[in-house]
Structure formats: C-alpha cells, structure tokens
Design a protein around this ligand. Structure first.
Ligand SMILES: Nc1ncnc2c1ncn2[C@@H]1O[C@H](COP(=O)(O)OP(=O)(O)OP(=O)(O)O)[C@@H](O)[C@H]1O
Ligand SMILES: [Mg+2]
Length: 366
C-alpha cells in the first residue's frame, strides 16, 4: 500500500505563551512542491506556526514532521530549510555575494560550485551584476530579492516566507508576488508563505490556510475559499459583501425561501455557511451577496432565466479603472455592486434594474 507522505505535517500542535493560548490544535499537511499560504489577521498565530516548522519554537503539545520524519526536537539548522523574514534579513556588513556564499560555506560547498550556484540564483531573481553591492546600496525590492536568493541558494527542501513583501510599495509587491510564484514553480520547492493580505494569498497560492485566533478555519484552494467559505469568519475576512436580515419561510430539498422585509428571496441550501446547516421555518438568518454577483441593467430583460431584476436607483458611481463600483437604492436599502458593463447614460438618480441568482446568495443562521 502506498501511504501518502507529505513534505510537512503538523499534528495536534498547541502553543501557549504564559496564559495566552496562541495555537490550539493545529493540524496541517503540506504537499510536495506546493505553495501553501497561511492567511489571517494580525496576531492569529501565523508566524508562530511557521516558527514551529522552522524549529525556532517548540510546541507544548503535538509534533512536526518534515518528509515523514519527526523533527519536533531537531534544531533549525538541521532542518534543511530556507527562510525569509518580513524585515530585511541580510547581513548589512556583507556584499550580496558574501551574503549568498555564507550558507554555502557553512555547508562546505567547493568554491567553484559556490560560484555556479550563486550565478544561477542571481539570474533567477534578476539580480545578476549586483554581486558587489552592500544591502544599503540596494532598493527595498532588490534587498528582498537577495534575501529570497539567499534562502534558495542552499537548495533547501523547504522554503518558509514570513510576509516577505509587506515592507514594499504596491507596485513592487505585485511584481515580486508574480516572481516568487514563477520561481517556486520553476524550482518546485515546497513553500509555506505567510501573509495577512487576502489578495496576495488568493493570487499566489495552490492552497490557502485561513487562521483565526490560533485555530485553522479552512484549508482550500483560493477559489473554494472565496466561493465556498466554510465559516462565517472566512467569508467576512475574504472579500466584500452586502448583507440583509431575514426569516426562513420554507425549506424544501435544496431551496430555502427567506422573507426579507416584504421581499421573498430564494437561496440554494448548498450556500449555507457554517456547521449549522439545518434550518427551519421562522429561523432568523443573514443573507450575503458579493458586489460582483449583483447584476445591473438599464432594462428589465434579464440575461438568464434565474435572474429576476427589480427596479432600483443609482446613488453613487465610482470608477475603479477596470470596473465600476455602483451603489443603488433598492426598496430603501443600499446595495453595492461591481460591474464591467457600464452604461454611459447612468448618473446619480438613474433608474436601473438589479438582481442576482439564487446560487450567488450565501446564508448564515443568526
Ligand atoms: N515570544 C512570545 N511571547 C509571548 N507572546 C508571543 C510571543 N510570540 C508571539 N506571541 C503572541 O502570540 C500571538 C500570535 O503571534 P504571531 O506572531 O504568531 O501572530 P501573526 O499571525 O504572525 O501576526 P502578524 O500578522 O502581526 O505578524 C500574538 O498574540 C502574540 O502577541
Ligand atoms: Mg507574523
């Protein structure tokens, strides 16, 4: 029988600082060659989790495995990993070349071999020719590139990146994001990336681990995290949404009928968020719909049979470059939507039609 072995496994990890439980029963499996992201708000335990894997911290309970071997008691330098931290972690008194050769010397790699490896990683991170600069002579983005090169040059089994882009401006962050993703796939090194930026997590990862207050809320692909959140926290943390309160009128098979004010709204039962999936008539619920799932049209004719459009009034129009953000008033409620099909006659006060498909509404029990 072929047992599945993961590159990294955390089993039942718990970590406490004083009376503060920082990690509570963390279970995690990282596949070979995967880019897995730990995502969550500040203080939720992302760095602590990464430090358990790196060996800078030891869990109070539970174990860490790398390539099937228990490493709970193995010191960091014996774990064969490359790590990049949030703040620049280069040696300031060493040139780029010296920074890169440091780990190779420790590993007693021959001089000629060192040069080959360094040339290759510098090329990978597009820093060839800057070998003799000191960190202070480099821009922030260049420094982070060198930090990544230094982590990669020793050809680690595992690459750990703790918010390596958070000190950079938006444009550079975007560029390096794409570059890390390209590099990671090119080399195929199993990578754990930490961020509190949901867009960064969704755009870079094979899978995302959403963490909240020392616990894992959900582990899924980026599209599943966005479209099928398993907990209300995940839904609220990722993306924007409009919300309404309502009362269940009827539940049958896969359709739930909810009354919101005087309106009747239908929801697919597959779209219930959270563990409590059984609903009954008179239950109070909250409905959510993402701005990009609210359809808008100048006419009442709907583009699909499940879409029922209702009259609304535009109360705000914001141009975002590639799309328009529109606020409309629908029966006294403000609803925000995002659209690419903009009608140039729209202005403040324009009468329009808006609506959504039942499959695009999500629901939680209150
Ligand atoms: N050495 C320590 N001693 C005491 N408390 C600590 C220590 N390290 C972390 N903590 C606490 O543990 C919790 C989790 O910290 P951690 O650094 O893992 O969060 P994080 O998710 O990485 O947050 P951020 O996004 O701000 O980096 C926080 O409440 C933090 O204050
Ligand atoms: Mg952190």
């Amino acid at each position: 029988m072929n047992a599945i072995t993961f590159d990294v496994e955390i089993k039942g990890a718990r970590k406490q600082f004083g009376s503060n439980v920082v990690l509570n029963d963390i279970n995690l499996e990282v596949k070979q060659g995967e880019l897995l992201t730990l995502l969550g708000p500040s203080g939720c335990g992302k760095s602590t989790t990464l430090n358990l894997i790196a060996g800078f911290l030891e869990a109070d309970q539970g174990d860490v495995y790398i390539k099937g071997k228990k490493v709970t008691k193995v010191p960091p330098y014996k774990r064969d990993l490359g790590m990049v931290f949030q703040t620049y972690s280069l040696f300031p008194h060493m040139t780029v070349l010296e920074n890169l050769s440091f780990g190779l010397k420790l590993r007693k790699v021959a001089k000629t071999e060192q040069k080959k490896k360094i040339d290759r990683v510098l090329e990978l991170v597009k820093m060839s020719g800057l070998e003799h600069r000191y960190p202070r002579e480099l821009s922030g983005g260049q420094r982070q590139r060198v930090a990544i090169a230094r982590a990669l040059v020793v050809e680690p089994e595992l690459l750990l990146l703790d918010e390596p882009l958070s000190n950079l401006d938006a444009k550079l962050r975007h560029e390096l994001r794409a570059e890390i993703k390209r590099l990671q796939k090119e080399i195929g090194v199993t990578t754990i990336f930490v961020t509190h930026d949901q867009e960064e997590a969704l755009s870079m990862s094979d899978r995302v681990v959403v963490m909240n207050a020392g616990k894992i809320e959900q582990i899924s692909t980026p599209t599943a995290i966005y479209n099928h959140p398993e907990t209300e926290f995940v839904f609220q943390f990722i993306g924007k949404s409009n919300s309404f309160e309502g009362e269940v009128v009827d539940t049958e098979d896969r359709k739930i009928t909810v009354k919101v004010g005087e309106e009747i709204i239908h929801v697919d039962s597959a779209n219930i968020i959270g563990e409590n999936r059984s609903l009954r008539a008179e239950d109070e619920v909250k409905l959510y719909i993402r701005p990009e799932n609210v359809h808008i049209s100048s006419t009442r004719e709907a583009s699909s049979p499940t879409l029922e459009l209702q009259p609304a009034k535009i109360i705000q129009l914001n141009y975002l470059g590639t799309s328009w953000e529109v606020d409309v008033s629908l029966q006294g409620k403000t609803i925000q939507l995002l659209t690419n099909s903009y009608d140039s006659t729209w202005q403040y006060g324009s009468e329009v039609y808006v609506g959504w498909n039942p499959s695009e509404i999500m629901l939680t029990k209150k």
